[in-house]
Design a protein around this ligand. Structure first.
Ligand code: ZN
Length: 391
């Protein structure tokens, strides 16, 4: 079976995320070329030495980088929470309870409506350069509605996450232990076949450390790998639990004790920062600088959801991370590409290297630094996903 090859020449600045390929942690190459063969990268090197290919694309001096890897998103939902956002921006504080509004709308939605919503948000993300996106359940909170959410998500991404433990379902408000039994029993049985990951919102008003441990442990026993919503609104046990259970990622990491930072730095658990949430709730940002200086691996993701972070823009997250979280442009771009790949334990995405999946973002700019330097400006010139030009 033969595949079409494409050579992208004249790349002014190429982010490979492969230090063996170029300068610095981003493995930067100038005046570079990339050859795509089918869905894979087949060659990376100087433009002047690029081999012939079936098709030729001239980058005209612009910057090329790996497509963004958004490792934390909640896309299976119906309805929206404009009024809640408007009220919050008028002085009210955010609590986890707002999720119930979306749960009611999601349960009431048809399969077709949910399917259309996920397709729309995935398309919206691709248009902005995202080529891998994780997707959680968590707005169904019944056995049937959680399994349905994961079936819908699985049509769009292999990175599906069972988040039955998002909040305690309203029916179990007086019996949270009964809800944890459901999440770790019948609901897990229905969801595990459609999920790669298990997640829990470990937070005051959601699930405490013991409940979170029960949820994650049950998921691990069913072959799912843990990731944790940890230390978002308050200090708590989430990060320590994530590290202890070998979670791929502890997400949010906004309120960290020194021991939490040390635990992350000494582990393979990625610290995934979600600045869209702090932006949209006018909350204090996590410190990317503190985590990086300690030696932790940091990822950036959107947390795209209708309540606390209704953005699918990784470029926006990069700009905020640089302006508000002490990260350099290089660190933020790495976190949004290779960092996300680490958080999903993927070695085939997040880099531009021979054998990597051909997920590429061409910017209407000469450098990746423009992602932070030109906030809010649509810089997507072209996107290839698994070798297919999608934008
Ligand atoms: Zn989340």
């Amino acid at each position: 079976m033969s595949t079409r090859t494409t050579v992208i020449t004249g790349i002014g600045s190429l982010v490979t995320n492969d230090p063996g390929h170029g300068t610095g942690p981003l493995g930067l190459l100038t005046d570079a070329a990339v050859v795509v063969d089918g869905d894979r990268i087949a060659w990376v090197g100087p433009s002047a030495q690029a081999p012939a290919a079936d098709e030729r694309f001239d980058a005209a001096g612009r910057a090329l980088l790996p497509g963004f890897v958004d490792s934390h998103a909640h896309l299976v939902f119906a309805g929206d929470r404009t009024a809640e956002f408007d009220a919050r921006m008028s002085g009210q504080s955010y609590s986890a309870g707002g999720i119930r509004t979306t749960v009611a709308a999601t349960r009431a939605a048809s399969d077709e409506e949910l399917e259309a919503n996920v397709a729309r948000f995935v398309r919206e993300a691709v248009r902005q350069g995202t080529t891998t996106i994780e997707c959680k359940s968590g707005y169904g909170l019944t056995v049937e509605d959680e399994a349905r959410a994961l079936r819908v998500a699985a049509k769009h991404t292999p990175e599906t996450t069972y988040l039955g433990a998002h909040i305690v379902a309203p029916e179990y408000a007086e019996d949270p232990a009964g809800y944890v039994d459901l999440v770790t029993g019948e609901m897990l049985d229905a969801c595990a076949p459609h999920a790669r990951w298990v997640d829990v919102f470990c937070e005051k008003g959601a699930f405490d450390g013991d409940q979170a441990r029960a949820v994650l442990t049950a998921g691990i026993e069913r072959g799912l790998t843990p990731r944790v919503h940890a230390n978002q609104l308050t200090y708590g046990p989430g990060v320590q639990l994530a590290v202890e259970l070998g979670a791929a990622s502890a997400d949010h990491c906004t309120h960290l004790a020194d021991e939490d930072v040390a635990a992350l730095a000494g582990s393979a658990t990625v610290a995934t920062l979600l600045p869209g949430a702090e932006f949209s709730t006018r909350a204090e940002y996590p410190s990317g600088r503190r985590l990086l200086d300690a030696g932790a691996v940091v990822a950036l993701s959107t947390d795209c959801n209708p309540g606390s972070s209704f953005t699918s823009s990784m470029a926006f997250c990069i700009a905020v991370a640089v302006r508000e979280m002490g990260m350099t442009p290089d660190e933020a771009v790495w976190a949004a590409t290779a960092g996300g790949a680490h958080a999903l334990r993927r070695t085939d995405v997040g880099t531009v290297a021979v054998g990597s999946r051909a997920d590429l973002l061409l910017l209407d700019a000469p450098s990746h630094v423009h992602l932070a330097y030109r906030p809010g400006v649509p810089l997507t010139a072209a996107v290839w996903r698994a070798g297919v030009r999608e934008v």
